[in-house]
Design a protein around this ligand. Structure first.
Ligand code: ARG
Length: 597
């Protein structure tokens, strides 16, 4: 029986003895004590007023006294309005530390403990340009979530849909054909995704010129935009692509491969990966078939021009295009195919799409259309919608005010970490490659933490300078705290001081020590809440609380130099557990921890 269960049972007895009638523990509400009050657990007294017929404060006192005299775990209590705040004893906390002391995976479940599979889609780029700042947020949220769900016991499939076909891809291809002179990433000395992105930009530039020229010669804007020869050529290319024209397919494969090679480098540098990658060029066909089948069954309908639509007016939405008049697929078509394929592959109990909030409507529609087509599992789809991320005006924003490439941002963060590290000079004893590793971890840690500490739903202004500050709610501050803990144990080892297997109760934690222990005890619940609400920010902000509390503790007390062995032992156990909790919490965010800093 855990403590909460014990408390409920004793409360049951207390109420029964006060009223003379049996009372069931199921009705008793326990919650975490609010920050502003002293306590570890709070009993909500109001529901008992009816049974006991006394004022909430009186009832609180009666129950408080009963609990203190019947449960050795409860030291004292206070009553605030109808809330009975219980304070645990020092020996309760020593017991807790003994319980978790040798559990190096404290607070974490093993993936697979639960049978359900959760599919998490993130990244999902188009193949016409490099990954940018928005993708960074996307990838970080998706990757962190996959770790959080795995640590909650689920089997997790990390997946990606690559939108590798369509008009935007043909634009880069056409520009390369026209103006590329056979250039390749090797010849250009450039990453393939950047090279392809250049041709996309080139297309847009030439196209704009063409439109302008047509307008100068008297065409209306509308007509020019629609009929510029370059655009018509790109559309022709897309038709040839769908028809399987060998030359178009050859260029498509070649250029997409350049992009994939480039993406691989970015993913690796960011520290994210996937279990299974889906490609739109495969799934759009499945999607088309689904729509055609639905048409046959009368679930969707065809308009006069031949286009196929779903009528969602009953659901409060409008009509939705599923196939164009010329029979080609749209964005929705491929998502229908991708979702059904994934369900066949994994029979997921949940499928989470990490996609920006500008696509809220798209995912709302996707779910309803699938439901309409008879896929019961459509209810298991959920869109984790996140807000925009921008840079403050300044150094990291490119001159034209364009989006910032992921590669440049990552490299910039590591560089800044290096400059700051040099100033501090604490790593002078390390070899160059070891220093590089530390700076990489700090630069990435700063980036990841800054982005993940913010609730996914909110917009972010990413401030590189602020993110890398060694004080405050930053990744480097938490990494620094961890490195400090590692250093305690390195010194301990030199001096032959080891962490005990088990604590005796000769010394009970004082109030300040208890603050830190109490936070450590919260880890499993925070981790679980983060999984239940798909919110890495809960883990991030908890990590900050722990790091702050530890630094306070470290400032107030000696650890290795404490002469009383009982006191020292307690502090050693607390310190080691703090290090593990910080390490695991940051692991859940996808952040690596340096042992020196
Ligand atoms: N490639 C799309 C874009 O860049 C995002 C894809 C999101 N995922 C999905 N299953 N539709 O806008």
């Amino acid at each position: 029986m855990n403590t909460e269960q014990k408390i409920k049972k004793v409360l049951e007895e207390a109420v029964t003895s006060l009223t003379g009638k049996p009372y069931s523990a199921g009705k008793i509400l326990l919650q975490e004590t609010r920050k502003e009050f002293e306590g570890d657990l709070t009993v909500v007294v109001f529901p008992l007023v009816k049974e006991i017929r006394k004022s909430p404060v009186e009832i609180g006192k009666l129950l408080g006294d009963y609990l203190v005299s019947h449960l050795s775990e409860i030291d004292r209590y206070n009553v605030v309005n109808g809330f009975l705040n219980l304070v645990f004893t020092g020996s309760y906390w020593v017991d807790f530390l003994n319980c978790v002391n040798n559990d190096t995976n404290y607070g974490m479940l093993k993936s697979g403990d639960k049978k359900e599979t959760v599919v998490i889609e993130y990244s999902s780029p188009n193949t016409n340009k490099p990954l940018h700042l928005g993708h960074i947020r996307n990838n970080l949220i998706g990757y962190s979530l996959s770790r959080i769900m795995a640590a909650d016991g689920y089997k997790v499939v990390k997946t990606n849909i690559v939108n590798d076909r369509g008009i935007h891809i043909c634009k880069s291809m056409l520009a390369w054909q026209k103006w590329g002179n056979g250039i390749t990433p090797e010849k250009a000395g450039k990453k393939g995704d950047f090279l392809v992105g250049d041709f996309y930009v080139r297309f847009e530039k030439e196209y704009r010129l063409q439109v302008q020229e047509m307008m100068n010669r008297g065409a209306s804007k509308e007509e020019a935009v629609k009929n510029a020869p370059l655009l018509l050529e790109a559309q022709g290319m897309l038709r040839r692509w769908e028809a399987g024209d060998p030359e178009v397919i050859r260029i498509w494969k070649m250029m997409n491969q350049w992009v994939y090679d480039g993406f691989d480098v970015t993913y690796k540098n960011l520290g994210v990966d996937f279990d299974k990658i889906y490609y739109e060029s495969d799934t759009y066909r499945i999607g088309k078939q689904i729509v055609l089948d639905a048409l046959e069954k009368g679930l969707v309908y065809k308009k006069e021009d031949g286009s196929v639509w779903a009528d969602l007016r009953e659901d409060g939405l409008d009509e939705k295009l599923l196939l164009r008049a010329d029979g080609t697929a749209v964005y929705m078509t491929q998502d229908l195919g991708t979702a059904t394929l994934r369900y066949e592959d994994y029979h997921f109990s949940r499928h989470i799409y990490v996609v920006g909030n500008e696509q809220n409507y798209h995912f709302q529609v996707l779910k309803i259309v699938l439901k309409k087509l008879g896929y019961e599992w459509a209810d298991r789809l959920m869109h984790l919608s996140y807000g925009m991320v921008e840079l403050p005006e300044g150094k990291m924003k490119s001159r034209e005010g364009k989006v910032v490439d992921a590669d440049d941002l990552i490299a910039g963060m590591i560089e800044t970490a290096r400059e700051m590290g040099k100033e501090l000079g604490k790593l002078d004893a390390l070899a160059d490659n070891e220093k590089d590793e530390v700076f990489r971890k700090i630069g990435l840690g700063a980036l990841k933490y800054f982005i993940l500490k913010i609730d996914p739903k909110k917009n972010i202004v990413f401030n590189p300078q602020e993110s890398i500050d060694f004080n405050g709610n930053t990744g480097p501050f938490i990494q620094y705290t961890y490195a400090r803990i590692c250093s305690v144990f390195r010194k301990g080892e030199e001096r032959g001081i080891a962490v005990p297997e088990k604590l005796a109760e000769n010394y009970l934690p004082n109030e300040k020590e208890t603050l830190l222990i109490r936070l450590l005890a919260k880890f499993p619940r925070v981790r679980k809440d983060a999984a239940a609400s798909y919110n890495p920010a809960l883990v991030a902000n908890y990590t900050y609380e722990v790091a702050k509390a530890f630094n306070q503790f470290y400032h107030d007390y000696s650890i290795l130099n404490e002469e009383n062995a009982d006191v020292r032992n307690l502090r050693l156990v607390m310190t080691r557990k703090t290090g593990e909790v910080l390490y695991h919490a940051m692991y859940l965010l996808g952040i690596e921890m340096p042992e020196r800093m």
